[in-house]
Design a protein around this ligand. Structure first.
Ligand code: NAD
Length: 318
């Protein structure tokens, strides 16, 4: 396998690359990343080939896709609040960028087209009132980010239908773990909580803290992606990549207190535009296609995440 990972210097991508290079099936891993939110340090000394460039550069894409047997497309502008602030850039990278990736893959020609895995998001369900999100539900994005991820899926399906491109779109829910950055305005909730708590600061909760999320440890996501690539699993139904865990932010704060062995303060601010109240996956379809996957439980994943933050932040839990 010669694997091209777009966005491979980012959080999920770098965890995936670290796994891919250990697999006997994998001959080479190339990363295309513009380092806009990723970091070259995430993949330094991992044994991959890092090409610094954009998925919006069609020449670079054509060159890299040409030699690839597998493309795992993770590059994106991945934040809901950033998309609310600047929808056009989110669209350009997430929708048009995906179209360019698919087009580069199709141009390899029949019989040479790589297997393509794509990252969509639970945000495509939007304000769909059903709390348990299964893949047959209608999609109603609430944010420009959600709309751009729906376009990611739609273009992938169109390329499978029109050109026979072998595709597998996944809907990630809330992925967390080592290499996920905190310390910026758009940080995801777990790194923001862990980083604040380790510095002895209050964690910030937008809204009442009763909003529910389905957290997936990044090691579990990387294992599913790698397995899907090795077995060339395809699906024209986008698959949820989450396991139906139902964790409110208040529960998350408690779980963190258990891991740290001390209380964590919370500061409550008003709810943010585009934020979804309940996000919990049905994992039936996923488990049918990946029956042997065993997700890392929240307490263990949190412990691994805290350990990583302690090492990189140099903070202590006391
Ligand atoms: P990330 O920001 O760490 O990774 C995205 C990577 O894409 C970064 O390395 C960034 O530099 C790169 N990138 C951005 N624009 C690019 C461009 N034009 N050309 C090349 N590279 C570019 O985010 P992540 O959490 O690792 O997300 C990976 C994928 O998973 C994204 O598609 C995201 O939308 C999706 N996703 C993530 C989550 C989550 O909980 N982390 C949830 C749902 C979906």
């Amino acid at each position: 396998m010669r694997v091209l990972v777009t966005g491979g210097a980012g959080f999920i991508g770098a965890n995936l690359c670290r796994l891919l290079v250990t697999l006997p099936e994998v001959e080479s891993v190339t990363v295309l990343d513009d380092l806009s939110s990723g970091d070259a340090a995430n993949v330094a000394d991992v044994g991959i080939n890092l090409v610094r460039g954009s998925i919006l550069d069609r020449e670079v894409l054509a060159e890299l896709a040409d030699g690839a047997t597998h493309v795992i497309h993770l590059a994106a502008r991945p934040s809901v609040p950033r998309s609310v602030k600047d929808p056009v850039t989110s669209h350009a990278v997430n929708a048009t960028g995906t179209l360019f990736v698919l087009e580069a893959c199709r141009r390899a020609g029949p019989g040479r087209m790589p297997h393509v895995i794509l990252a969509s998001s639970s945000s495509v369900y939007g304000d769909c009132p059903e709390p348990h999100k299964h893949e047959d539900l209608p999609t109603r994005p609430l944010s420009p980010y959600g709309a751009s991820k729906l376009a990611t899926e739609a273009y992938a399906l169109a390329y499978a239908g029109s050109y026979g491109l072998p595709i597998l779109p996944f809907r990630f829910f809330n992925v967390y773990g080592p290499l996920q950055p905190a310390g910026h305005a758009y940080a995801a909730v777990i790194p923001a909580f862990v980083s604040a708590a380790l510095k002895g600061r209050a964690v910030t909760i937008y809204g009442d803290g009763e909003q529910v999320r389905d957290f997936t440890y990044v090691g579990t996501v990387a294992r599913v992606l790698a397995d899907a690539a090795v077995r060339r699993v395809t699906s024209t139904t986008p698959l949820n990549l989450a396991f139906g865990t139902r964790v409110s932010l208040l529960h998350l704060k408690n779980a963190l207190e258990t891991v740290l062995g001390r209380p964590v303060e919370a500061e409550f601010l008003s709810a943010r535009a585009g934020d979804i109240r309940e996000s919990q996956a049905s994992s039936q379809l996923l488990l049918r296609r990946f029956p042997s996957v065993r997700p890392v439980p929240l307490d263990e994943g949190l412990r691994l995440t805290v350990t990583w933050f302690e090492k990189t932040q140099g903070a202590t839990t006391h």
